[in-house]
Design a protein around this ligand. Structure first.
Ligand code: GLY
Length: 289
């Protein structure tokens, strides 16, 4: 069988963002299928697989709040799934993120909302399955046109860490609007500042990794740095130790993407745990300050 490469092999169930292989050859595709369906690397999430065309372009995550009738877009973000700089290595749940995407135009935001998110919420309602929550569209922008790679009935990680710091409205008011079916009464305001987040991961992630390593350096961070915990816990003395693959996301806001990025990378080496690795190219936009 001839097949245009690359092709995408996905475990159809939840696999913590690791169930996708972009296969450059038939051998890689068969090996990914065997890993999912025979070795059962993702358990029953791999009972079915999706084999899809590989979309080329720019990836963008978009989110809406909805009470099933009113749909309010959030600010979009870009996610970096491969573990290494230059988008090399296996996919992870996401190694960093920034908002807004530097290629976002008002037209692109409008097209994504009007051709993808609004019709999806409307279709769910007309099928008798009204959907009240947040909806996340994982898109690929190909030749200026957004195409759907996946939907999730949740926010994104690490996208949330760069989207919610830009929210000026109280999130509780929005959630109450969703729950009480009066989201049309809630005015939602966003900051114009950019936001950048870089994930600090355990050595070995997205493969196996050690846990229980002390995380130190908390007192050394600039005051306006945010650190979101994912794979951490407290030890018996109340000190922070690692307990997962993606351990922390360090986040900063700034007037521009470059300024927010600079703040994060100025601070990131001040926190320490053995074997910590992170991408150095998050929100690096060639030729832009
Ligand atoms: N960052 C990808 C996800 O949350 O699925």
């Amino acid at each position: 069988m001839r097949q245009n490469m690359p092709i995408v092999i996905k475990a159809d169930g939840l696999a913590a963002g690791k169930g996708v292989t972009v296969a450059d050859s038939m051998e890689q595709a068969l090996s990914a299928l065997s890993n999912i369906m025979e070795t059962k690397a993702f358990g029953s999430a791999g009972d079915r697989v999706l084999i899809e065309e590989c979309l080329k372009g720019r990836e963008m995550s978009i989110f809406v709040f909805t009470d099933a009738h009113t749909v309010i877009p959030m600010v979009p973000a870009c996610d970096y799934k491969p573990v290494f700089d230059g988008n090399k290595g296996p996919n992870t749940g996401g190694m960093g993120s920034y908002s807004p995407p530097h290629f976002l135009t008002p037209e692109l935001a409008k097209t994504a909302a009007e051709t993808i998110m609004y019709p999806t919420i409307k279709a769910l309602d007309s099928e008798g399955r009204p959907y009240s929550s947040v909806l996340y569209g994982g898109l690929m922008v190909t030749d200026g046109v957004p195409r759907v790679m996946e939907f999730n009935a949740r926010l994104g990680d690490p996208e949330t860490q760069v989207v919610l710091p830009r929210l000026k409205t109280d999130l509780v008011d929005i959630i109450l609007g969703v729950i009480n079916n009066n989201l049309d009464q809630v005015e939602i305001e966003w900051s114009n500042d950019a936001c950048v987040g870089v994930v600090m991961a355990s050595a070995g992630y997205p493969g196996s990794y050690k846990r229980g390593l002390p995380v130190t350096g908390w007192g050394n961070l600039d005051e306006d740095i945010m650190v979101f915990h994912a794979g951490t816990e407290l030890d018996a003395e109340g000190k922070v130790i690692t307990s997962g693959g993606r351990v922390l996301t360090m986040v900063a806001t700034g007037e521009t993407i470059a300024k927010a990025r600079e703040k994060v990378y100025n601070n990131i080496s001040r926190l320490h745990f053995d074997g910590c690795h992170y991408r150095k190219d998050i929100a690096e936009i060639k030729g832009r300050k």
